[in-house]
Ligand binder design. Sequence first.
Ligand SMILES: NC(=O)C1=CN([C@@H]2O[C@H](COP(=O)(O)OP(=O)(O)OC[C@H]3O[C@@H](n4cnc5c(N)ncnc54)[C@H](O)[C@@H]3O)[C@@H](O)[C@H]2O)C=CC1
Ligand SMILES: O=C(O)C(=O)COP(=O)(O)O
Length: 656
Amino acid sequence: MASSSTKPVFTPPFTTTSSSSSSSSQPSTRSSLLSFLHSTTPTPISLNISRSQAAETSRVSRVGGQDANSQETKPTILVSEKLGEAGLELLRSFGDVDCSYDLSQEDLCKKIASCDALIVRSGTKVTRQVFEAAKGKLKVVGRAGVGIDNVDLQAATEYGCLVVNAPTANTVAAAEHGIALLAAMARNVAQADASMKSGQWQRSKYVGVSLVGKTLAVMGFGKVGSEVARRAKGLGMQVIAHDPYAPADRARAIGVELVSFDQAISTADFISLHMPLTPSTKKVFNDDTFAKVKTGVRIINVARGGVIDEDALVRALDSGKVAQAALDVFTEEPPPKDSKLVQHERVTVTPHLGASTKEAQEGVAIEIAEAVVGALQGELAATAVNAPMVPAEVLSELAPYVVLAEKLGRLAVQLVAGGSGIKSAKVVYRSARDPDNLDTRLLRAMITKGIIEPISDSFINLVNADFTAKQKGLRISEERVVVDTSPEFPIHTIQVQLSNVDSKFGSGVSEGGDISIEGRVKYGKPHLTRVGSFSVDVSLEGNLILCRQVDQPGMIGQVGNILGEQNVNVSFMSVGRTVKRRKAIMAIGVDEEPSQETLKKIGLAYYFACTLQNLLILDILLGQLVPNPEHRPAKNILPPNTPNKAITIGPEIKKP
Ligand SMILES: NC(=O)C1=CN([C@@H]2O[C@H](COP(=O)(O)OP(=O)(O)OC[C@H]3O[C@@H](n4cnc5c(N)ncnc54)[C@H](O)[C@@H]3O)[C@@H](O)[C@H]2O)C=CC1
Ligand SMILES: O=C(O)C(=O)COP(=O)(O)O
């Protein structure tokens, strides 16, 4: 994790807070995402719910980005490799675009400290050093293409930097290049061309092989692989494919049989590679693999050089096991000038041209520019590589629950004695919906944020929530419980339980011994509905005071009076009890931050109080904790025959 000197410090995103009609005081779907991706510096340990709400509101994003007259600083977008003009135009309409090509690592590291976004192709290595040098300013890396093996995703995730790619616009170009290499290799086009240009006429030397009726093994049946397969079938080839993750019916639909790796390589006359470079595909074509191929096989690689052990390929070519190879990609790009592979007379090479058509480059540029601008505005990109992709409709539905989730996390952690040492949290979602259709990744991320940020200097967003939790040894488990409520709402309640920790607020501990709080969204706002075994109903906005008390007449009035005397306005008051005249809790929402004196008064009169505002108060009061059996009952403002459940005295309870 980043040391404190390199810890990401996130500046506000590129949004407007003007009161123009296009802004909204309600967090929109887009604006709510800002808190996932562009949260400001960690909120201090004291939690003022209303302040955090204000911060959310101030981060409202205007859809469509900045207008030309905006007073806000424009984001700086560094484009480190050639990008199509249409994409550049779009970027320029939004930010300051710096096109600096062929930067050394050192220069890139220098420049990156002032950049909000970086757009690369395959030639720029976005290493850990780059993220370190960015010091948290870099919010998004856009890969104008598919392969993201040149971006250190782990480092990006650790630094909370979103990585997006442009996965579709160059598919056809890459497939066409694969077919071009296949045909060129089979008919020795490149070699014959070079021979003629050197003044020769060698017809018998360049007799080729036919494609029709031959078997092609497509390794990696994704977007490019399936387009190659389609085209190869049009050339009359038999096509088989190997892809451990591809659905068989998709392959069947275009007349391709999915087979095992060994079956594919041992039966094919041509092998075309289309899998990504990952730790499991690195050098997957090696001496052992070449030993299993059909003698005289021909290999095409427009995926990544690293999937082949290039020395092993040279050996296989020299031994005749592999007849020919056609390569667009290399382990090192550009490869060394004296590369045996490049120089091999039965190898056809191109300098990573798979995506290099005019059409593909324009398409890729627009695709990546839109994704980067969207990310800078706080949207979750559909092409995010290191963050969950959540469909827009799910996002808008979950927006109020996201606010609730973070607040529950923050509240739960403040009930822990010492606040740290939390190793295990369980989140229970109660919903009328089918558990399989409930996407809780955003909620989990926000609960994680709520739990971790108040007790550490970590910055958490959707990108790094799971990573940071793991790194801090916090295990978050989730349970979905189906309840008989309206399926109109995605979630009925969210419960956060913290196990194996001591609590500062004994009443917040459930019968099972866990700190347990539960909340729900009511009228679009987060509400606390349960603390430990006590039902309450209090808005999670503003400050919250939790008091343990004994259920008896006059308590609410007396606490209300103390607060009133100090000009602290009560917005909500709710009493939770399990049995009449026994232990109960009081949850009080207040507009103003109560002074320590005020809390002391409440605490001395009624055991103690804890506030989300300042944990120190609770500690002081705990030190002074005096069971006070001599309550002087104040005027009872509870309705007669109080039912044995939460009673909410609503916002009408104002200061006297
Ligand atoms: N030469 C060039 O200019 C270009 C190269 N590419 C490269 O082509 C590759 C594929 O791109 P797309 O088809 O767009 O990606 P994709 O993600 O649609 O397809 C990749 C497929 O490989 C499969 N796969 C993963 N591990 C595998 C394994 N061990 N064995 C077999 N299959 C495996 C996946 O299940 C997936 O179906 C990428 O590496 C990309 O970087 C893509 C575009 C242009
Ligand atoms: O999209 C890909 O994965 C590619 O390999 C294309 O790379 P390029 O953008 O042309 O450097």
